[in-house]
Design a protein around this ligand. Sequence first.
Ligand SMILES: C[C@@]1(CC(=O)O)c2cc3[nH]c(cc4nc(cc5[nH]c(cc(n2)[C@H]1CCC(=O)O)[C@@](C)(CC(=O)O)[C@@H]5CCC(=O)O)C(CC(=O)O)=C4CCC(=O)O)c(CCC(=O)O)c3CC(=O)O
Ligand SMILES: NC(=O)C1=CN([C@@H]2O[C@H](COP(=O)(O)OP(=O)(O)OC[C@H]3O[C@@H](n4cnc5c(N)ncnc54)[C@H](O)[C@@H]3O)[C@@H](O)[C@H]2O)C=CC1
Length: 210
Amino acid sequence: MLDLSGRSVRIFGGGEVGARKAAFFADEAAVQIFSRSFSSRFSSLPVTSQVLDVELLDDQTLGDLIKGAFLVVAATSSPDQNNRIGRICRDLGVLFNNADGEQGDLQLPAVARGEQYLIAVSTGGSSPAVARYIRETIEREVPCLDRMILLQREVRGALKQLPLSSDERRRILSAILRDSAVNSALNTGVDQAVAVVWTRYLQGRSPDGC
Ligand SMILES: C[C@@]1(CC(=O)O)c2cc3[nH]c(cc4nc(cc5[nH]c(cc(n2)[C@H]1CCC(=O)O)[C@@](C)(CC(=O)O)[C@@H]5CCC(=O)O)C(CC(=O)O)=C4CCC(=O)O)c(CCC(=O)O)c3CC(=O)O
Ligand SMILES: NC(=O)C1=CN([C@@H]2O[C@H](COP(=O)(O)OP(=O)(O)OC[C@H]3O[C@@H](n4cnc5c(N)ncnc54)[C@H](O)[C@@H]3O)[C@@H](O)[C@H]2O)C=CC1
């Protein structure tokens, strides 16, 4: 969880993997891609690109491309070149992520993101496919997560105004999460679910206890 706004992220390798890494950072950071060739996915990404062959650059020239970056990603199809980029990053004190080769300073997780939440899944390099599988399972199984969070925020605020113990509040909030009537109302909207919650859990109660 880094604030990358205004930071420079430079990616070597313009294939599918480079494009995925670029998409991961492009909303926030200023992303530059260096590669021999580029996947068509780059045409829809807000990044700048430069055609070059890393193998033809000496360490000094490659270092000049890296200097000033906050983070560098190596995603060429050559682990040797990726590792060389990593060594230069280490010498220059620049954070490094390696898509293929010796492990760098950081790994990218699989991310399920909504307006109200962010879930990052990592297997620490053991099985990226499992990280992806868990991300997809979360997205499939809990599609209304944003709405549930908004509902919980609203109900939680209302419960705090009622003369309830924190145990009672916790029990109601937890029951709402698992309540199928609430969850199906959420498919229509947060307001509809709030109405169901009032009927099922808060009938007869009001903030002043009447
Ligand atoms: C170490 C790490 C470094 C890094 O890249 O940061 C790394 C490394 C490698 N990945 C490889 C392969 C695959 N990677 C994926 C997918 C993802 N890989 C991602 C992260 C990471 N990958 C970091 C560890 C994260 C962790 O363990 O949790 C995800 C989560 C995030 C992202 O990249 O955005 C993204 C899912 C995003 C999503 O969908 O949500 C798939 C599945 C697929 O594409 O369907 C495959 C094919 C199946 C397989 O091989 O498992 C290979 C072998 C290359 C080869 O030789 O074939 C290496 C290199 C090696 O292992 O040495
Ligand atoms: N970390 C991850 O999540 C994953 C990593 N990989 C690995 O990442 C690497 C890249 O995968 P893809 O994007 O699918 O491969 P790709 O072959 O589609 O793309 C590689 C890109 O690197 C560029 N490139 C290669 N050598 C270069 C050089 N000397 N100078 C400049 N650019 C160069 C190519 O022009 C191409 O754009 C592969 O080694 C692959 O095994 C694969 C799947 C997932």
